[in-house]
Write a protein that binds this ligand. Sequence first.
Ligand code: MG
Length: 120
Amino acid sequence: MQTKKVTLPKLNNLSPTLESTALKLMEEAGELAQAIGKLRGMSGEASRLDEKQVMQVISRELLDVAQTAVSMMFVLEEQYGVDIDALHQEHVEKLKRKGYIVDTQAAGGTTREIKAAGEK
Ligand SMILES: [Mg+2]
């Protein structure tokens, strides 16, 4: 199975909560949607950026979403005792069961793996 790891740090200059990370996740998701829609003129806006620049902005916003998701994982682990690693395995099994991942060697499938910095 082809994979891509994105290791993101635990932010150590904030005191995140479940609620603050959830709200931030929605905020960042909104910024991603704005980049995809507005910067590409999907509602008729004139875009002053070329496609390469827009894709850079979209990618940066996507990383903000991923960073916030990882921050929320740390909150769930540290404040609520959730075993994210175990749930991650369940998640991958669910994807296989639903047919989103098939025999990856035969199909050449790709996954993107996001891990928190320091995670095994
Ligand atoms: Mg952002």
